[in-house]
Design a binder for this molecule. Sequence first.
Ligand code: ATP
Ligand code: MG
Length: 527
Amino acid sequence: MQEDTQPFQLLDALFEPIVIIDDKFKIIYYNHFFSTFTKASPRIIRNAQTIFKIINVEEKILQTLLATASANNQVALSQEMEIKLASDASEENLAPDRQVHASMKVIPLSTTRYILCFNVLSVEKGLHRKYREKLEELKRAHGQIIQADKLATLGELSASIAHEINNPLAIAMGHGEILERVLENETIQERELVDNAYKNISEALQRIKTIVMNMKSFAHKSEEKKQYHDLISIIDKSMMLVDTPFRAAGIDLKFERPVDKFITLVNRIEMEQVIVNLLKNALDALREQSTISAAHIHGIVEIKLKKNKQDECLEILVIDNGPGIPEKIQGEIFSPFFTTKEISEGTGLGLSVSSKIVEGHHGKLQLTKSSNEGSIFTVQLPLIEVSSYVASVNALNASNDASRKKILVVDDEEKILNILSTFLEEVGHTMIGSTDPSEALEMMDKLEMDLIITDYNMPRMNGHDFAKNVRKKSNSIPLIYLTSSQFLNHFQEDRQKYNIAGLILKPFSKEDVTTIIDGVFKEAKKK
Ligand SMILES: Nc1ncnc2c1ncn2[C@@H]1O[C@H](COP(=O)(O)OP(=O)(O)OP(=O)(O)O)[C@@H](O)[C@H]1O
Ligand SMILES: [Mg+2]
């Protein structure tokens, strides 16, 4: 920019992105707001050969605007359009694919100089969209509150009804069996009659038993506590449980197994129940389709498992190519006892029990798509379940007991996390586990910790690199290596360099762990 740009400095006072270019699209001057708008540093803008290095618009469009402006010697306006920030414009690549909705205005200064202004409209557009989203969110929340209220009442009722029904049910079933034994010696004709009656009674009782079981799980939390499990193995087990009816109906059940593990804190039995419920619903829908539809559609049910980084959750999708769910009943399918099935086939509790379970895991169960080509149910679970950790940390803080600590454990094996979580909780500490070192590092920023224990040999980032990254964030937090003796030399090497406070050798006992941890805390206290 060799020419005298002093007169242009007035433009710096305007809150509108403005740039002066020549007929070769070279930038002669830009105001402060242009740099803020593009997030490009002065160095980048100075070095840009043309404006297209900074703003990604079609050369043809800008060329036409310049030509129109010069031909009429007046302002030329473009249509509204999506304008992208060129991917190499932002120095730190802060927003490599930022896109704004704007129009361009060209004012001719001379035959070779033009003022180019951007009229950014995305802010208003964005506001409107946000307002609409918030309104939808409110509506949903309102619906959920009403639903939760109904469910709470039902939960209380279920517990007492289930209890009341259970005893007579057991008595009736027991007597049915006695009857069967006694009648073994009767004549063939009588026996057939009684057999038939017994079969009907037994089916009816079995159905009541299922309802009672569902009502119980609706009212109570299952006893088994949450542990670190790989969702892949939970899905495998659930698929095994429904394998026979799927085969019998000739319906394919597929699961594209991801390479990575999908470990999260869940109650295994409850999660299996959710997936089995969804699979059974898909199976029922496909079975029904095959009886009513003339066109022969081969039934396929597919499970997909993926990480949704944007919403920080893991997703299990159950996809079927069944008849879909009519729009007018979509709002009701999650209500208890809502069913479209024959009395002998469905209780209408599957989806309501399942969504209650998923909510208990701080997740969501939703019908994400349904058309005449099929339905998709999505289970979302938090990537790392931090809420129970936060709850226990709050309890710890309230107890004011300094000997109780908050510990982060990183190990790619869920079994180790489960063992340590049991050991540490038994001695009164609170633990949060992660199988992914990068996630653990992110957690360090979000949660308060007193100690970190890390495995050494992990696939994506080993203990050495993890320690290096931890030290970038904190010099003081005590860090312990957890490893088998084969990696002992790494501990020796890193000990000084990254201030590794201790070593737990695998395999370990509860005593090993507590002794080492207590030692490390004592040392830390001295400092
Ligand atoms: N994949 C699906 N395709 C079509 N309809 C479905 C699907 N999943 C659920 N539904 C509808 O939602 C209703 C409620 O499902 P829910 O699992 O709660 O109860 P149910 O399957 O009828 O009975 P239960 O699960 O207690 O045996 C079903 O009756 C069915 O109409
Ligand atoms: Mg069901």
